[in-house]
Design a protein around this ligand. Structure first.
Ligand SMILES: *[C@@H]1O[C@H](CO)[C@@H](O)[C@H](O)[C@H]1NC(C)=O
Length: 363
């Protein structure tokens, strides 16, 4: 079925895509530069400033673009500019780097529709547009300017994630994955061009196109429509999980896979560890089937910007997403999700994953 050009949220998708592409371009350069300087020994692993610069610059670019086209929309963004506005030398150094790198992107590829950030006060102002409290009524955007900080610092997986939420439901998601390979089979076997752009619109579908092959917006009808595979045999299922142990309970995840019938010999090959919402992208593309993120503590609550764009992407590619009880996530609860953990799967397997989760966690 051809995708009509006049699908809903056409203008929102256009602006979101171009802004995410610009931010992905900028963050990719920073991530590459970290790896290069680490290899040459001039920068230590503890130097977090590239990620700080990238986070703020990405949020400034995207917020500014949203404000220009949709002045009434609020934004729930991860960052605020308070620490940048201080008088310390460090704050001044970071701020001027942020402005430089934004200027570089703007002059490399000027785009009227995204607008221009000309000075530091407008950069701070743009960052602080991300202060919305969210909520269950009306529409707002949720932004993670660099999702997957640890992956970013390793030169590995990270993502720029933007979602539009209406009355607590995600209706549009755009994710730029600068380091994601086209073909993902296992942790070792990842090939093809790097950089993927994933988009989803509620009721329209999920789509993939290479992130860096053009600066232009590619209409959805010319992108690849992506879907999950509907299968449930533990011999062929693949699971995506985080890399960082602190983000999720890995040992419980192993027990769940055992319950689902994965064989001890092959379970490692069937598990793909990826930072950030890149996991949702790999699911949506049908390269994996199950996503496990168990709560690390009773009190921990997920942030909405860590899951919003990926949520619509999975639903629109034929999957389901829930908390550890299998209940849908509610994005209208403020800046945090009220629910515990996140589980996603294709429709053929989701129910049995939830059953296994409940058994292992004794819910
Ligand atoms: C990415 O950066 C390059 C130069 O480094 C530039 O030519 C290109 O236009 C940029 N792409 C986007 C989407 O801004």
């Amino acid at each position: 079925m051809p995708i009509a050009l006049d699908h809903p949220y056409h203008q929102e998708l256009l602006v979101a895509t171009l802004a995410v592409k610009r931010a992905s371009n900028l963050t990719k350069k920073l991530s590459d530069s970290i790896v290069n300087t680490q290899n040459s020994g001039t920068q230590t692993k503890d130097d977090k400033s590239p990620v700080t610069i990238g986070d703020y610059a990405s949020q400034a670019i995207i917020n500014h673009a949203i404000k220009k086209s949709f002045p009434l929309d609020e934004i729930v963004g991860e960052e605020d500019s308070e620490s940048l506005q201080g008088d310390s030398e460090e704050a001044k150094r970071l701020s001027s780097k942020i402005l430089d790198i934004i200027n570089e992107e703007q002059s490399n590829n000027p785009l009227e529709i995204l607008g221009n950030l000309e000075d530091l006060p407008s950069v701070f102002e743009a960052i602080d547009l991300g202060n919305s409290k969210g909520g269950s009524k009306g529409r707002f955007w949720a932004l993670d300017p660099i999702d997957g900080t640890k992956g970013f610092l390793r030169g590995d997986q990270f993502a720029v994630c933007l979602a539009l939420i209406e009355d607590g439901k995600v209706v549009l998601g755009v994710i730029g994955c600068p380091n994601l390979a086209e073909n993902i089979e296992s942790n070792e076997d990842q090939t093809g061009i790097k950089g993927g752009l994933f988009s989803a619109i509620k009721g329209v579908g999920s789509f993939y196109t290479p992130l860096f092959d053009t600066e232009d917006f590619i209409p959805l009808k010319d992108q690849e429509k992506i879907t999950m595979k509907q299968h449930s045999s533990p011999d062929s299922l693949k699971v995506v999980e985080g890399v960082e142990k602190g983000h999720s309970s890995h040992s419980t995840q192993s027990q769940i896979k055992e319950k689902l019938g994965f064989s001890a010999e092959t379970v490692v090959k069937q598990t793909i560890n990826l930072d950030s919402q890149v996991k949702y992208c790999v699911l949506a593309k049908g390269q994996a089937d199950i996503y496990l993120r168990l709560p690390i503590s009773d009190s921990y609550r997920e942030k909405i910007w860590d899951h919003a764009a990926g949520n619509v992407l999975v639903y629109e590619s034929g999957g389901l997403v829930g908390d550890i009880y299998g209940n849908e996530l509610n994005f209208g609860n403020g800046r945090l999700l009220e629910s515990k953990g996140v589980i996603a799967g294709n429709k053929a397997v989701f129910k049995s994953v939830i059953t296994s989760v409940k058994e292992v966690l004794k819910l």
